[in-house]
Design a protein around this ligand. Structure first.
Ligand code: LCS
Length: 402
């Protein structure tokens, strides 16, 4: 990041100069598919890369570029690249990094569709993957194979909230010359900056906290220019999952309030976590801000706050977990996360339904697990909605009465 400015300032000002746009405070939306050339020769020069300038919005667009420059600065990286979804970003990066018969070492748990993508890569190209928490240097070294093409990590892991030590993993990976890719969706660069810890590539589902308002599907990647300009000219340009100018504008708008929102998400989540811990109907709570979390020391090392996501297990069955969701009044039943509205979902039957049961249980996703994306409402109201729903569950009633 530009060290002369603090994060809260960069998030508003980085990547945009109003003087270059007739003084427009808000970044203009260049809602155009293509860009005209002054002459056929200019067109030739632009295609040959001999002259700077826009060609066609799949290859670059000024509104999208403003967002790419901002996210690069916020993550402390050289270059940013914007995609039509988080999965477009994940697939463009993984396809760029691998070839047939390679191996990918992954965190012990991944978003369901990322797991689905890896299964497809195995089936089509024999690209195998292994899952591990990489808790010690020894464990990590044992997991690395001669054909390991990259290490792919979510931390916190969706939805189990386990953490991986990014500094240690990137230090060991460097010895083997293996790039470390981090999906930073749950933390955002306000809470965690993997590149500063030595990792190589950061991915976001910008659909979540970066946008923050539940109105856009988008993805972002930040990495070294050498790698990302290659991605821009191959897996991005030719597979084509690029971001629209309007979506880039929505994200630029959302980003301005990222630190304010993240502070509030974390504040609310911490309070809800404390209430959950005391509630006899809740068996276990998984929150990185918990001082008893198995990875709390990693949280202290690499995360500014615990973030806005909590997973928990209730007493009872899968049906009880579903019933709890149905009993809520204003907390919305929906996948996605990071919005102003509190959102709740059942990973086993929703976000991680594509993961075979055996794998799902190895990741720690039980039928009783529920994931809550704590919104920006008053935390007391979020908790009372949860509490009234919990109090109506038969298994909880029984537990409270005993
Ligand atoms: N990475 C992570 C960690 C995610 O949680 C998601 C989506 C993606 C990548 C993919 O991003 P998308 O293409 O949807 O922008 N996670 C979701 C979730 O947990 N609930 O709904 C979507």
């Amino acid at each position: 990041m530009n060290k002369s400015k603090r994060f809260e300032t960069s998030v508003i000002h980085a990547g945009y100069d109003s003087k270059q746009h007739l003084g427009s405070l808000s970044t203009p939306i260049f809602q155009t598919s293509t860009f005209t050339f002054d002459s056929a020769e200019q067109g030739e020069r632009r295609f040959a890369g001999e002259e700077e300038g826009y060609i066609y919005s799949r290859l670059g667009n000024p509104t999208v570029r403003a967002l790419e420059e901002k996210i690069a600065e916020l993550e402390g990286g050289e270059m940013g690249l914007a995609f039509s979804s988080g999965m477009a970003a994940v697939s463009a990066v993984l396809v760029a990094l691998t070839k047939a018969d390679d191996h990918i070492l992954c965190s012990q748990g991944l978003y369901g569709c990322t797991f689905g993508l890896l299964s497809m890569m195995k089936e089509k190209y024999n690209i195998t993957s292994d899952f591990s928490l990489m808790e010690t240097e020894e464990e990590l070294r044992n997991r690395i194979q001669p054909n390991t093409a990259c290490i792919y990590i979510e931390t916190p892991i969706n939805p189990t909230m386990r953490l991986l030590d990014l500094e240690m993993i990137s230090r060991i990976a460097k010895e083997y010359n293996i790039p470390v890719v981090v999906d930073n969706t749950f933390s955002t660069p306000y809470l965690q900056r993997p590149l500063e810890l030595g990792c190589d590539i950061v991915i976001h589902s910008a659909t979540k906290y970066i946008g923050g308002h539940g109105d856009v599907i988008a993805g972002l990647v930040v990495a070294k220019e050498e790698f990302l300009s290659e991605v821009a000219m191959t897996t991005q340009k030719d597979i084509g999952g690029v971001m629209s100018p309007f979506d880039a504008w929505l994200l630029l708008r959302g980003l301005k309030t990222l630190p304010v929102r993240m502070d509030r998400h974390s504040f609310n989540a911490e309070r809800i976590f404390k209430e959950m811990e005391k509630h006899s109907g809740i068996k276990r709570v998984y929150y990185p801000g918990d001082t008893n979390h198995p990875d709390y020391s990693i949280k202290e090392k690499q995360m500014k706050q615990g973030g806005g996501l909590i997973s928990f297990e209730i007493e009872g069955s899968k049906e009880n977990a579903q019933e709890l969701l149905n009993l809520l009044s204003f907390i919305q039943i929906a996948v996605s996360l990071g919005d102003a509205e509190s959102l709740i979902q059942h990973p086993a039957t929703m976000t991680h339904a594509v993961v075979p049961e055996e794998e799902r249980l190895k990741m720690g996703i039980t039928d009783q697990m529920i994931r809550l994306s704590v919104g920006l409402e008053a935390w007391e109201d979020i908790w009372s909605d949860l509490e009234q729903a919990l109090s109506k569950l038969p298994a909880v009633k029984e537990k409270i009465n005993n």
